[in-house]
Design a protein around this ligand. Structure first.
Ligand code: WTA
Length: 651
């Protein structure tokens, strides 16, 4: 496990407590502490009660069918996710309420009311049907943060097609892998995207990615225009606006989906092998995400909710698209970088739209700390009433800064622990009820049964580290890994029978508060992005100069973790700064910019155990300059000294 020593110190010595302000508690959706007790006594009844906030075409017969590791939730229920996220709001008082308030990076903006959003979704849904896309077909979506992204997702949901959104920062090769794995029929992309004033060549990546795959048609949104340099392949490529122009403008009936029909796939990194297509289904996912909007985010009709994540990650799926929209909220969606054109962009957005709830990541908060408070001081942030954090453990300093400089000491902070696999927030405060401690995600939300256990699966004493586990199924849990149920079993339920293993280490303190310590597997969390060491290693050894590579995550002040790669080269290869650059670029080409190693260290040899396993712990210690632990299992201890010297040389 990679645990930041400062973190252990924080959890043992943190004495600051932040009870919910009385005025917040009074108005909170969840302000009766008995909810925890009630949910613990009868979780099924609790979830059935929450499910009433979702519109069902046919009510479910049974709340939960648990045949470990497979769960079915809301058995027999029929519903549609797009209907819940859009159409039901069009029929009542929210018809002309802003659903999506979109801010483009260059300064353009667009507001879609629920009714307008519904019409766009219906056109796209008709257009999908006209192309022959059917219920259960996979559609890969590779778009920047523009309104067409949620529209495309919701159009898929409306007709029962399964969307697989691939983050726009992924390379052509990574996109291709995900298209192949999902066996997608259709790709929806854009000519290009904007990032810090530069173009991201989505269409040209898409061209490289689709060749020889199952993709028959490519739909292209014109985001940038001429400057994108995108070219269209006749017969295969269609402009989004042309595609929609020929679609009927009549309402598109929503497909009646079974609660357990697949809603989407979302690929995420694991310890070994290629990225996994995490499978989420319709009923449980919607109930889970909608519940957390009301409980953890205290969503109200008067809120303007801004989640700074990209929809290409689960945080955006859940807390930009399905969560806020199913709750009928107004959601702010921003296309670009926080420092474009200046470092006050988020605060400018908060002021411009009167954002009331802001959900962001510790890495962003640490970046703002580095930039200094003057960028916030340029703007009126009085509209804010609740703040959220996600993606990695938040250090108490960042928590306090968020509290003071963004929340002006007034706004509760919800530090939400969850994962792509869990679908929705799992360990988090309820802002009207929970006394928070800086750095702790506090307690499992009602209906979630979590614990920290030892190697044998026994609960550990307070303060002891162990494996975080979830002991009972929950509605928005992943159902399987796309095309590989065995991998699902092994990865998540292989260690403790019938108990879900998230892959994080944690401690519970004397007050029952959870402190997440970080991943216990070979997953690196760079700025809240999950990257498998294996993926980066595979990308490196794919380069002709490389013989062997070992990749580790070392702690990094702003990013949380940074990627360090130790590389041995083939006979006769000349090492040097050019090769370093070339290898870094190779990783970017194979995966994407977020996986670019921070540093590459050439080594004559990698430290291995006698059974030929690379000793990553040792490499991490070297990269973080720590005193080395036990090296007696090392096949050749002199390798360590050599590596230490080489690491120093490269600094
Ligand atoms: C980490 C993002 C501590 C954790 C929603 C988890 C966190 C992984 C927190 C999932 C948090 C996320 N405190 N760690 N509040 N939130 N993590 O799938 O290691 O991209 O397993 O989902 O991020 O990352 P994923």
């Amino acid at each position: 496990m990679t645990v930041d020593p400062n973190r252990l110190d924080a959890l043992l010595h943190e004495e600051r407590r932040f009870p919910p302000p009385e005025s917040f508690r009074e108005q909170a959706n969840f302000n009766d502490p008995a909810v925890y007790e009630r949910a613990a006594q009868d979780p099924d009844a609790y979830w059935a009660e929450q499910a009433r906030h979702i519109s069902w075409f046919r009510p479910f017969d049974k709340v939960l069918e648990w045949d470990p590791p497979h769960a079915q939730w809301f058995v027999g229920g029929k519903l549609n996710a797009a209907y819940n996220a859009v159409d039901r709001h069009r029929q009542g008082a929210r018809k002309n309420k802003a659903a999506i308030v979109w801010e483009g990076e260059p300064g353009d903006s667009r507001v879609l009311t629920y009714d307008m959003l519904g019409r766009e979704v219906d056109k796209a849904a008709h257009a999908l049907r006209q192309l022959g896309v059917q219920k259960g077909d996979r559609v890969t979506i590779y778009l920047p943060m523009i309104p067409e992204l949620p529209i495309a997702m919701l159009a898929c949901a409306k007709i029962g097609a399964i969307h697989s959104v691939v983050f726009g920062g992924f390379s052509a090769a990574a996109l291709r892998d995900r298209i192949l794995d999902a066996d997608a029929k259709l790709l929806i992309t854009a000519d290009a995207g904007w990032r810090r004033g530069s173009l991201i060549p989505l269409k040209s990546n898409a061209d490289q990615a689709v060749d020889g795959t199952s993709v028959e048609k490519v739909i292209v949104v014109r985001r940038v225009g001429e400057a994108s340099g995108a070219s269209m392949v006749p017969g295969r490529d269609v402009w989004w606006h042309d595609w929609l122009a020929q679609a009927p403008t009549t309402p598109c009936p929503a497909e009646e989906m079974d609660a357990e029909d697949v809603l989407f796939l979302l690929y995420t990194s694991g310890t070994t092998g290629k990225p996994k297509g995490i499978v989420h289904t319709t009923g449980g996912y919607l109930v889970g995400v909608n519940t957390s909007m009301r409980s953890v985010f205290d969503i109200k009709d008067s809120d303007v909710y801004f989640c700074t994540a990209d929809i290409g990650w689960v945080t955006g799926h859940t807390y930009i698209v399905y969560g806020p929209l199913s709750a009928g909220a107004t959601v702010v969606m921003y296309e670009g970088a926080p420092d474009f054109p200046d470092r006050d962009r988020y605060w400018q957005i908060v002021e411009k739209y009167g954002v009331t709830i802001l959900y962001t990541a510790p890495t962003s908060i640490r970046t703002f700390m580095k930039w200094g408070p003057e960028y916030l001081q340029r703007h009126n942030l009085d509209s804010l009433r609740l703040l959220g954090s996600v993606g990695e453990p938040i250090n108490p300093e960042a928590w306090m800064w968020f509290h003071e400089h963004v929340g002006h000491g007034r706004c509760p902070i919800v530090d939400t622990w969850w994962q792509t696999e869990t679908g929705a927030a799992m360990i988090a405060p309820l802002p009207g009820l929970t006394v928070t401690k800086p750095g702790s995600a506090t307690k499992p939300v009602p209906g979630i049964v979590a614990d920290v256990v030892d190697e044998q699966g026994n609960p550990v004493e307070p303060g002891q580290g162990g494996y975080l586990v979830i002991k009972r199924p929950w509605p928005s849990m992943l159902r399987t890994v796309w095309g590989d149920d065995e991998r699902f079993r092994r990865t998540y339920f292989g260690k403790f029978e019938g108990v879900y293993l998230p892959g994080d280490g944690a401690r519970i303190d004397e007050d029952g508060y959870f402190w997440i310590l970080g991943r216990i597997d070979d997953v690196i969390n760079v700025s809240g992005h999950r990257i498998g060491t294996m993926e980066v290693e595979s990308a490196l050894v794919d380069h002709p100069a490389v013989a062997e590579a070992a990749v580790i995550g070392r702690s990094h002040e702003v990013k949380g973790q940074a990627i360090t790669a130790f590389v041995t080269v083939k006979e006769g290869v000349q090492t040097g700064p050019e090769l370093v650059q070339e290898l870094k670029q190779h990783v970017v080409d194979m995966i994407g910019a977020m996986a670019r190693p921070e540093e590459i260290i050439f080594a004559a040899e990698l430290p291995k155990t006698r059974s030929a396993k690379i000793m990553r712990r040792l490499l991490r210690d070297i990269a973080e300059g720590r005193v080395l632990g036990d090296t007696t299992t090392l096949a050749d201890p002199s390798v360590v000294d050599m590596l230490k010297r080489q690491y120093k040389d490269s600094e």
